[in-house]
Design a protein around this ligand. Structure first.
Ligand SMILES: [Zn+2]
Length: 471
């Protein structure tokens, strides 16, 4: 492979950084990378797409590896096919534990769209291809390698290090994170946790920024139901449910919910403004301006050009499902739409539905929550030891500026944060160009750079060791 020599140079350079930090750990790069790849490919080859999940396939593999190594673990399951595994390396208990998480389920695939089969873990041109390469068997593998390395090196620790491989992250946390915090919190309770929900951005092959997930929006879809008299399609009706629903959705599309900021987004846009071209930097500064005359045009520009950034600053409402009628010449008595609402963490949830109803401005349309809350809102602090260790280590490994980030999507960190655990989203470096080419997470050709998987394994190890090593 062409990239091998470059890879080993990069890793050796990083190893130097760690030695300066005072770690005694000998890092056998070749052996660790070979073992990482072996576990990574093994995990990718289990089809754990959810639904139905069948995460037991991955858990049985992890059990066998941990057992061989003499690392204690427990398995907790609401559904025996969808278990969660928790392993622990003991420290002296001076400090509270660190929890490292990775979810074993993946989203479903349309196998006909894949160049390389989705569960073959094909290595090609410096990449590994397969469902779960970015989301989230990279984290599962990094968590497993962390446990193996900590056990083998036997470095004395001031705190326990816990690894959880949880089920059901992809839309079914009732089997995974929610089940664990409701029923087995003591098995995973910690001061800090690290999980997916952040990562390094590369552009043109160069690292440009390191995102650390510190908060995220709360998914809370709503449903609109329009009702009216059924009738013959040949006779127009002012009360046609389809017309009423369409008008309501059009009014929602026009509505701009208020701009909201918090500790994470202020730090994010301020830092980002130091990294980009002056005209864009001005928009990032403007959007934080308390004067709406300044912030509103900047927000409008974001909506047009950087909708991801707009979404970090607003509750978003995106219609995703429309359902009404069953034949062309029958006016249906009911038409429904689902709107994917991502509530800003600062959103006033008690009044939100009433505000949507006011926007819809049609009392005949019912507006209600489509599902119960399942990802509680929360944020992790930026003034913690864990956050500053992340800043140091990301600088050492990637020479990257760290940005605290609000995820517009949702992760299991929401559950864990709701118990007061300070959670930080981290992940391997991904090329910003990759998603547009169809290689991103959840895409039809998910892939990861091998070199970046290995760099991430090392990063996570060094972060945890710096926080946990006995002083
Ligand atoms: Zn994920």
């Amino acid at each position: 492979m062409v990239s091998t020599s470059r890879l080993s140079v990069a890793v050796l350079a990083v190893a130097g950084c760690v030695a300066i930090a005072g770690s005694q750990v000998q890092w056998d790069t070749a052996a660790i990378e070979a073992e990482t790849m072996q576990h990574f490919q093994a995990l990718l080859r289990f089809d754990t797409s959810s639904p139905p999940g069948n995460e037991i396939r991955a858990v049985e593999y992890l059990e066998q590896v941990l057992k061989r190594e003499g690392i204690p673990y427990q398995v907790f399951a609401k559904d025996p096919q969808r278990p969660n595994l928790v392993a622990r390396i003991k420290g002296n208990g001076k400090k509270r534990p660190i929890l490292v998480m990775g979810h074993t389920d993946v989203v479903t695939v349309d196998a006909t769209k894949w160049t390389f089969p989705p569960f073959a873990a094909t290595r090609d041109g410096g990449y590994v291809y397969g469902r779960g390469t970015l989301d989230d068997k990279d984290s599962v593998t990094a968590g497993l390698m962390l446990m193996l390395i900590l056990k083998r090196t036997g470095v004395p620790l001031d705190r326990d290090v816990i690894f959880m491989a949880e089920a059901g992250e992809e839309g079914a946390p009732e089997f995974g994170a929610q089940f664990m915090i409701d029923n087995h919190l003591s098995a995973i309770d910690a001061e800090y946790c690290f999980a997916e929900g952040g990562g390094i951005v590369r552009t043109g092959g160069k690292v440009t920024q390191a995102n650390v997930g510190t908060t995220e929006k709360e998914p809370r879809p709503i449903e609109l139901i329009a009702r009216g008299p059924a009738g013959h399609g040949s006779v127009p009706s002012k009360n046609n449910a389809v017309n009423r629903l369409s008008a309501a959705l059009a009014r929602i599309a026009e509505w701009v919910p208020p701009l909201q900021i918090n500790e994470t987004t202020v730090a994010y846009f301020r830092t980002l403004s130091t990294l980009v071209a002056p005209d864009v930097a001005q928009r990032y500064r403007d959007v934080l301006n308390p004067d709406p005359k300044v912030s509103a045009p900047a927000a409008e520009w974001l909506l047009e050009h950087q909708p991801q950034h707009w979404s970090m600053l607003h509750t978003s409402l995106v219609p995703t499902i429309i359902d009404g009628g069953y034949r062309y010449n029958v006016i249906p008595s009911e038409a429904k739409a689902v709107v994917d609402v991502r509530l800003h963490p600062e959103e006033d949830q008690k009044t939100f539905l009433d505000r949507v109803r006011a926007v819809v401005n049609d009392p005949s349309i019912e507006v209600r929550w489509w599902r119960d809350p399942y990802r509680p809102a929360g944020a992790s602090r930026l003034n913690t030891e864990a956050y500053s260790v992340l800043q140091n280590q990301l600088k050492a490994h990637y020479d990257a500026t760290v940005l605290p980030m609000m995820g517009t999507g949702a992760t299991d960190m929401a559950q864990v944060r709701s118990k007061g655990i300070q959670c930080y989203g981290i992940g391997p470096a991904v090329d910003s160009e990759d998603a547009g080419k169809g290689f991103g997470a959840h895409s039809d050709q998910e892939r990861i750079l091998e070199s970046e998987l290995h760099r991430f394994v090392r990063l996570q190890h060094d972060v945890v060791l710096e926080l946990a090593r006995a002083r």
